[in-house]
Design a protein around this ligand. Structure first.
Ligand code: SF4
Length: 682
C-alpha cells in the first residue's frame, strides 16, 4: 500500500489560508489536517475542511467529465462529451455571438471560489483580455468596501498581522464572526486573554466569540460609524487623543471630529440601540490598553454605511497614536505581497475602451437588456451566482434566457452549473500547483498538486490555455506553464522575497513578508502610510474622486426602509459561503432564522416552528429560532445555503437588493436588508 503525506494549502475563501498535510492513499485523499508549514496556523484547521475535504474531492457530487446540456435550461439533463467537443461548441457559439454583437457581448462571471493566484485569475483573464470581452468589476460583491476604506485612509500598505493580538491588552473584534471565519485570530486572542488581556466584540449578532468577550456591543446594522464617532468624542473627552501624533501624521482631524461631534455619546447610543455606558467603558479600556489591536471583519462593510463604518473604526488608533510594532488594525494584509498582477493577467491585451460591468448589475443587464451590446455569452467560474448573488430571482431569470450561451467551470454540479449549456470539470486545489498570498496575514505559500486531477478534470489554467489555443491565440503568454505563471504572479526581485524565486518557495515552509531588517510589517514601525499626503487621511480626496464627493469623509445615512426588520446574513460554520463541505445543499438543511423574543411576541410567533421571511423581492421559508442572539429589530440567517434547501425555490439572497449600495465601492448590502416575518403556513 502506498500512503503518502503531502504538504498543501487551503485555498478556500477564508483569511487564514492554512497550511495542510494531506494523506494520500493510492491517488485518493483520505485525510486532511493542519501542518506547521505556516506558523500562524500551526497544525490547526477548521472542522469543515478536516472532515469533509475527502468527500469534496472524491464524493459523488464531483464533476469528472465535460458535459453538454440536452434538455431545457434548468432541467439538469446533460450528456457527457469530450474536451475537444466542448471546446468546439464553445468556439462556435462564442464566435457567433462576437460576429453578431461584438466581443463585449461576452463576459466572464467569476468570483473568489479558490484563492490561489493561478486558479483565481491568471490565464483566464489573459484569455478574456485577448478576446475583448466585457470586464467585470467583481469586488463590489465582497471586500471592495473595506479595501477601499483601508486604502483611502492608510494607502496600499498592510496593517498589523493577526499575531499582534497575542500580546494585546485589548483586542476589539469588530463585525468579524472570527470563530467561524478567522479561526487563528481567535487562537491569538485566547493567548492574550490568558495573559490578562481584554476582548471586546462589536457585532449585531451574538456570535460565539461575542459570548466569550469581556464586553459585547450589538449596534443595529450599519450604525457602527456612529459608535466609532461616539468613541472618538469620548476618547477626546478623557484625554486619550495624541495631539503630537495627530499633528504629525493625521490629515483631516478637525473635519472628522466636527462630524463626530454631531454624535455625542447618548445620541449615538440611542441610534445604535446600545447602552451609552458601554461606549464609555470601551473608550476607557481603549485609553488604558497598550498594545491595542482592532480586527474588523467583512460584516462591517455589508451595509449602507459600510465604508464610513470601517473608516471611522480604523481612524480610532490614529487618533490615539496607537499605531506601532505592537498596536494597530488587522487589515490590508493583501498589500503585504509584491504581486505583479499586470504581468500575470496581461490587461495590455485588452482593446482600449472595453467596458467594465459591475457584478451587482449583471442580473439587471440580463433581464432588462439595458446595455448595448447585450450580454449573450457568459463563462461562470470560481463562482455560484445563483446562490450568492443579491436579487437571486432576477439573477436566475437572467441566466434562464435561452438566447444566452452559458459555459460553467466548477468542481461540483452547483445550481449555477445546472443552468449552463456546457459544463467543464475543474481541478481542486489538491490537484494544481499554485501560489497563495493571504488576505488575513502576511505569509506567502506555494502549493503543488498532491494527487492527479480526478477523472478528466483540469486546472483552470489548463482549461483557459486550451481555450486560447482553440481560439487561435498564439501569443507566447498563452503557452506559459504554471511554474512560469507563478513567477509572473509575484516579483521575485522584491526584498520581501529575500532572494527566493516565487516558483521555488518551499512547499514545506511559508515565507513571511517582512521588512528589510527581518522585522514584521507594521504601520509606523516598518511601513508608513502610502496615501497622497503620506499621512493617515481621515478626509480623502482620493475616495471622493473614485466614489463621489460624499465619500470624502465618513458619514451616516439613516435607515429609510419601510419594512420593520433588518436581515443580516452571517457566515456558516459548516461551509465556505456556498462551497459545500458537508452541509447546506439538500432539502431539510435550510438554515434557521433567528429573531428576538420581543419581535417574535409582537408577531405571535412564540410557538411557531417555521416562518416566511419576505419583502418586495422575494419569499423564503425558514425554521424559526427565538433568541437573544439578535437584538430587537434584527433577524439573522446564515448565507450560502443552496436553493435545494428551500421550499419556495429562493434563499435569503433573494431578499437582498442588488441595487442598494454601500456608501463606498458600490458594495453589496447583505447585512442591511429590510424584511418582514410571519408564521408559515399563515
Ligand atoms: S477554511 Fe479557513 S480555517 Fe478552514 S482550513 Fe481553510 S483556511 Fe483554514
Amino acid at each position: 500500500m502506498t500512503t503518502l503525506e503531502q504538504p498543501a494549502v487551503c485555498t478556500l475563501d477564508c483569511p487564514d489560508t492554512c497550511s495542510l498535510t494531506v494523506t494520500v492513499d493510492r491517488g485518493r485523499i483520505t485525510k486532511v489536517r493542519g501542518s506547521d508549514a505556516l506558523p500562524l496556523t500551526s497544525g490547526v484547521i477548521c472542522n469543515k475542511v478536516a472532515h469533509h475535504s475527502a468527500d469534496f474531492v472524491h464524493g459523488p457530487g464531483r464533476l469528472t467529465t465535460p458535459l453538454r446540456r440536452v434538455g431545457p435550461r434548468g432541467a439538469s439533463r446533460f450528456k457527457r462529451i469530450s474536451w475537444g467537443e466542448a471546446f468546439d461548441v464553445i468556439y462556435a457559439r462564442v464566435s457567433k455571438v462576437i460576429d453578431t454583437y461584438g466581443p463585449e457581448a461576452v463576459m466572464p462571471l467569476n468570483y473568489a471560489g479558490p484563492h490561489g493566484m493561478l486558479a483565481g485569475d491568471s490565464m483566464s483573464l489573459r484569455f478574456f483580455h485577448k478576446l475583448g470581452a466585457s470586464q467585470l468589476y467583481r469586488r463590489s460583491m465582497c471586500g471592495a468596501v473595506r479595501s477601499e476604506a483601508w486604502a483611502g485612509t492608510y494607502g496600499l500598505v498592510p496593517g498589523i498581522g493577526p499575531e499582534a493580538a497575542e500580546n494585546a491588552k485589548l483586542t476589539i473584534v469588530w463585525g468579524n464572526n472570527a470563530t467561524v471565519s478567522n479561526l487563528h485570530l481567535v487562537r491569538k486572542i485566547r493567548m492574550s486573554l490568558r495573559k490578562g488581556g481584554r476582548l471586546v466584540v462589536i457585532d449585531t449578532l451574538r456570535t460565539k466569540i461575542a459570548e466569550q468577550a469581556d464586553l459585547h456591543i450589538a449596534p443595529r446594522p450599519s450604525t457602527d460609524v456612529l459608535l466609532a464617532f461616539a468613541l472618538a468624542v469620548e476618547l477626546k473627552r478623557i484625554g486619550a487623543h495624541d495631539r503630537d501624533f495627530i499633528d504629525q501624521h493625521v490629515l483631516g482631524y478637525d473635519a472628522f471630529m466636527a462630524r463626530a461631534d454631531d454624535w455625542p455619546l447618548e445620541k449615538a447610543a440611542t441610534e445604535c440601540g446600545i447602552k451609552a455606558e458601554d461606549i464609555r467603558t470601551l473608550a476607557r479600556w481603549m485609553a488604558d490598553a497598550d498594545p491595542l489591536v482592532i480586527a474588523p471583519g467583512n460584516g462591517l462593510e455589508r451595509g449602507r454605511n459600510g465604508g464610513s463604518g470601517i473608516r471611522a473604526a480604523i481612524a480610532l488608533p490614529a487618533l490615539m497614536g496607537r499605531l506601532n510594532a505592537t498596536s494597530g488594525v488587522v487589515l490590508g494584509a493583501s498589500n503585504s505581497f509584491p504581486k505583479t498582477m499586470a504581468k500575470l493577467q496581461r490587461p495590455d491585451l485588452l482593446p482600449t475602451r472595453t467596458r467594465t460591468l459591475n457584478i451587482m448589475d449583471v442580473g439587471r443587464h440580463l433581464v432588462e437588456e439595458d446595455i448595448a451590446p447585450p450580454l449573450r455569452a457568459i463563462v461562470i467560474y470560481n463562482h455560484n451566482p445563483v446562490v450568492v448573488h443579491a436579487d437571486q430571482n432576477r439573477m436566475v431569470q437572467g441566466l434562464m434566457r435561452e438566447d444566452l450561451f452559458l459555459v460553467g467551470i466548477d468542481i461540483a454540479m452547483t445550481e449555477s452549473m445546472a443552468l449552463c449549456d456546457v459544463v467543464l470539470p475543474a481541478a481542486t486545489h489538491f490537484e494544481c500547483d499554485d501560489i497563495y498570498p493571504a488576505y488575513g496575514h502576511h505569509w506567502l505559500q506555494r502549493g503543488e498538486a498532491v494527487i492527479p486531477p480526478v477523472g478528466e478534470a483540469l486546472p483552470n489554467t489548463e482549461i483557459f490555455r486550451r481555450l486560447a489555443s482553440r481560439f487561435g491565440f498564439d501569443e507566447p503568454c498563452f503557452n506559459a506553464t504554471d511554474r512560469e505563471l507563478i513567477d509572473e504572479a509575484i516579483d521575485g526581485s522584491d526584498p520581501r522575497m529575500r532572494g527566493v524565486r516565487p516558483s521555488e518557495i518551499s512547499v514545506k515552509e511559508a515565507l513571511r513578508m517582512s521588512a528589510a531588517d527581518g522585522r514584521p510589517l507594521a504601520l509606523f514601525d516598518t511601513v508608513m502610510p502610502a496615501t497622497p499626503s503620506g499621512k493617515v487621511e481621515l478626509v480623502s480626496d482620493t475616495l471622493a474622486e473614485r466614489w463621489g464627493p460624499e465619500a470624502r469623509l465618513a458619514t451616516y445615512r439613516p435607515r429609510t426602509a419601510k419594512l420593520p426588520l433588518s436581515l443580516i446574513s452571517p457566515a456558516s460554520d459548516k461551509r465556505i459561503s456556498s462551497t459545500l463541505l458537508g452541509f447546506g445543499g439538500k432539502p431539510g438543511e435550510a438554515p434557521p432564522l433567528f429573531i428576538n423574543p420581543v419581535d417574535a411576541a409582537a408577531r405571535g410567533l412564540e410557538h411557531v416552528k417555521r416562518v416566511r421571511v419576505w419583502n418586495e423581492l422575494g419569499n423564503v421559508v425558514l425554521p424559526l429560532i427565538i433568541s437573544h442572539a439578535v437584538p430587537p429589530g434584527v433577524v439573522a440567517s446564515e448565507k450560502g445555503a443552496w436553493i435545494a434547501t428551500s421550499e419556495t425555490g429562493q434563499t435569503i439572497s433573494a431578499l437582498v437588493s442588488a441595487d442598494a449600495q454601500a456608501d463606498l465601492a458600490k458594495g453589496a448590502c447583505y447585512n442591511d436588508t429590510a424584511v418582514e416575518v410571519q408564521a408559515w403556513p399563515a
